[in-house]
Design a protein around this ligand. Sequence first.
Ligand SMILES: NC(=O)N[C@@H](CC(=O)O)C(=O)O
Ligand SMILES: [Zn+2]
Ligand SMILES: [Zn+2]
Length: 472
Amino acid sequence: MLFRNATLADGRRRDVRVSGETVAAVGEDLGVREDERTVDATGKRLLPGMIDAHVHFREPGDSHKEDWTTGSASAAAGGVTTVVDQPNTSPPTVDGAAFDEKAALAADSLVDFGLNGGVTADWDPDSLLDRDIFALGEVFLADSTGNMGIEEPLFLDALAEADARDVTVTVHAEDAGLFNVSAQERDDADAWSAYRTARAEAAAVGRACEVAAERDTTIHVAHTSTPRGIDIAADAGMTCEVTPHHMYLSRNDLRELGTHGRMNPPLRREKRRQRVYDRVVDGTVDMVATDHAPHTADEKDAEIWDAPSGVPGVETALPLLLADARTGDLTYERVRDLTAANPADVFDLPNKGRVAEGMDADLVLVDPGKTHPIRADRLHTKCDWTPFEGREAVFPELTLVRGSVVYERDAGDRPGGESETFGDAVGRNVRTAAGGRDERGSEGGRLSRGDETESIADLAAEVVEEPPDEER
Ligand SMILES: NC(=O)N[C@@H](CC(=O)O)C(=O)O
Ligand SMILES: [Zn+2]
Ligand SMILES: [Zn+2]
């Protein structure tokens, strides 16, 4: 397959040839071969597929919310070519048998995948870490969907087990001891945000980074939602991700979203949202990951204290970022780094994340000139709703996973329209494909940052003093 005259993330115009599973050549005029499909990419952007390091595809146990077929179709249509599934399924992915059960289900995936291993009192590190897990996590330092919250001693055990086998640990950082219990007297949707305070996140991020640094290891902080949490992780030399809902939605949106806008960590004040967005723009944030957490609309239509936490997002993340690249709020290079190059570096996927010769042909073709409003009924997640209804976004026309077309839409049609087609379930475990954990480099691909870990204890202490409503 040959993409002719495509514009890459850095603005270069190039022909890109795909041969088998990889990018065979990137050049100025590669010449057309008779036996290959040619795509005229003039005026279009050809980007590396998104690596979404945080999704919940709900199998086994909750396939009425999502399954690997619908979740991965949603990913493919949104330009996501690798997903990382989290362990809070039923049963939870905390031992070798549970991992094997999930791995068999993931064979339905249209896109490449990683499967994380979880930590609970019942986990079995020996059998779990013997499998090709992607990372250990998200380790729940407070309860979220699945009630997998653990206490610090178990977290320390998990850090040691993972470090001994060179597995990265990812953390859901909230400190339930700092939740604002007085908010429980309220019954409006905003009460959830008042309850799970910004301070509870910052303190938990600080503490998790501190204990990791003391043990001379690193962690990746999942779904940071506050500027303070991001700064603490970055200053500690750790990595972090931000979700599209924390980039684009704030407590102001809860009037309209109601209980559908409940998630962990919750939506923050508008001022904090802006500062989170600034940190995505300036590169303090390492990656965008969706925390795609589907629940049905029926389930979400409950009292605020009864509704499940989580929103879908895997299909709309890259399209929303590309809409911002169109207006200039983000550069295409930043979008590439946030969605592909950085997750590939942080999680050690050397064949993914860039459009270059020899890399996996995980590619997304978009026409930056064409925006479409996000409509729930045109998305492919089983949960059938979106918190981003009506927002303009730039959807892919073509998505390739290791050279196979997994999603294609006629350039003239709208997303979710008649001319849309999906490919076969070609997805593979990215750890197994790389030859398993033992054969990967021992250094991992963590982004290097200054060694400023001494100040973490101070930062964490400072956070505990901080008044809850201060805008930091
Ligand atoms: N984010 C959420 O609110 N929910 C997630 C769990 C999680 O990531 O904490 C889910 O699995 O539903
Ligand atoms: Zn979480
Ligand atoms: Zn999650």
